[in-house]
Design a protein around this ligand. Structure first.
Ligand SMILES: [Zn+2]
Length: 433
């Protein structure tokens, strides 16, 4: 539910396209202690804050590689108060919270791993939990159980169980939260393990396994892809989708995909997709007194359109039939002279720029006048049909060259490239209010 509330306006506009809130899976990783708070001091002087940070940074890298978004409460050696860790987390719109610690106990023979979580079945009167966390008790328990199982499987360490706990960071937040006590710094053997970089790596991977088993990532094929963050932002807004939980970022974008993406991004733009389409029979011969007017279809005064160009090669059963018909009705998509639209054909960078520019001008009419900027690309002739569109988008910072001074207009645009362009537009539009 997280982004739903913030994005009510967007959600209302595209609810008919995308009736459920979607977002990338985001993890907050919290390296325990830091700065003047060293945490436990291990046998041999190893400080807990150092071990926690190293494992957390490795966990961050691994989660990103697997296609998660990650937010870190700290990425260096600094002190952060516990309430600040929670308020940071609450501001992240994240899905899960994992705090990384190492344990300590007066009896040096104590060994093993445990996972702490908040459980309302074991309340502590002096340490009341947030209402949200109380309600998450069962989820926390399931998350802790999975985390412990994965962590033990990945590290071979001893089982100290899951532990209902009132520690601040798992008690006061608003999302499922666990705290992993990796091993005991007070035990000589485990302190030695925690000092070995490879062992820390295996602990980080095991924590990632626990997260993945509990909440698989969306689009794991975007892990470490240069377009990952842009795609994730668009996905969170409901503008892009994948298939089979994969995004296929390097695949050429088809015309049907392009039109669908543009239709979603510009759903709130007057003239973009607000032309009502009605069956011709209804539009031409409304039954007497039936009151079939533009208002019925919510066109905001526009006449319903029935004679949308019907493309010879666009079957009514095509998944993008409605989006493409709508785009054609609204006037920003034309077919080929032979009456086709070739929905499954890849589009070029030039074509995608022209379509994006058309909608940009609808959304921000003033942008049309800024077309005079000199083309920064040597491979786009000033007389080319796409030249002014590319110039405008380049001036707005929405498109960049494929390399140095080349735009590569004839090259097929990939799903990743188009996502980055749209992401730049969405951010620019947001900045412009
Ligand atoms: Zn600690």
């Amino acid at each position: 539910m997280k982004k739903w509330l913030q994005l009510t306006a967007v959600a209302l506009l595209c609810a008919f396209v995308f009736p459920y809130p979607a977002s990338a899976v985001k993890i907050v990783v919290d390296a325990g202690h830091g700065g003047y708070d060293p945490g436990a001091i291990g046998v041999g002087g190893l400080q807990e804050k150092t071990v926690n940070l190293d494992i957390s940074l490795k966990l961050r890298d691994e989660l990103q590689r697997r296609g998660y978004m990650v937010a870190m409460t700290r990425e260096d050696d600094r002190f952060i108060a516990l309430p600040d860790r929670v308020s940071f987390t609450n501001g992240q719109n994240a899905d899960l919270f994992v705090s990384v610690h190492a344990n300590s106990y007066p009896n040096a023979s104590m060994t093993g791993s445990m996972v702490l979580y908040y459980d309302d079945d074991y309340p502590q009167a002096d340490y009341p939990a947030s209402e949200a966390m109380r309600a998450l008790s069962a989820v926390n328990r399931a998350f802790a159980t999975q985390m412990l199982q994965s962590f033990l499987a990945g590290t071979g360490l001893g089982n100290k169980g899951i532990v209902p706990s009132a520690v601040h960071v798992v008690r006061m937040g608003t999302i499922p939260s666990v705290l992993v006590e990796t091993a005991f710094l007070s035990n000589p053997a485990e302190a030695a393990l925690l000092a070995i970089p490879e062992k820390r790596t295996s602990m980080a991977l095991a924590i990632a396994d626990g997260i993945e088993a509990f909440r698989p990532p969306i689009f794991p094929d975007l892990g470490q892809h240069w377009a990952q963050q842009a795609v994730m932002r668009l996905y969170a807004l409901g503008y892009v989708q994948g298939a089979n939980n994969l995004f296929y970022p390097n695949q050429p974008l088809t015309r049907a995909e392009l039109v669908t993406m543009l239709g979603r991004v510009f759903a709130g733009t007057p003239g973009a997709v607000d032309t009502a389409i009605v069956p011709c029979a209804t539009a031409q011969t409304p039954a007497a007194g039936s009151g079939v007017t533009a208002a019925v279809y919510g066109t905001g005064g526009k006449e319903p359109i029935c004679n949308v160009p019907v493309f010879r090669d666009l079957a009514a059963t095509h998944w993008a039939y409605d989006a493409m018909r709508q785009a054609a009705a609204s006037g920003w998509l034309q077919g080929y002279p032979d009456g086709t639209i070739r929905p499954n054909a890849p589009v070029t960078r030039e074509e995608s720029a022209v379509l994006l520019d058309r909608l940009l001008q609808l959304a921000i009419p003033a942008s049309g006048s800024a077309a005079t900027g000199k083309l920064p690309f040597t491979d786009v002739a000033p007389t080319a049909w796409s030249a002014s569109a590319i110039a405008r988008l380049a001036a707005a910072g929405i498109v960049q060259g494929a390399s140095n001074d080349k735009f590569a207009p004839q090259r097929q645009v990939t799903r990743a490239e188009m996502s980055v362009m749209l992401d730049r537009y969405v951010n620019a539009a947001k900045d412009a209010g």
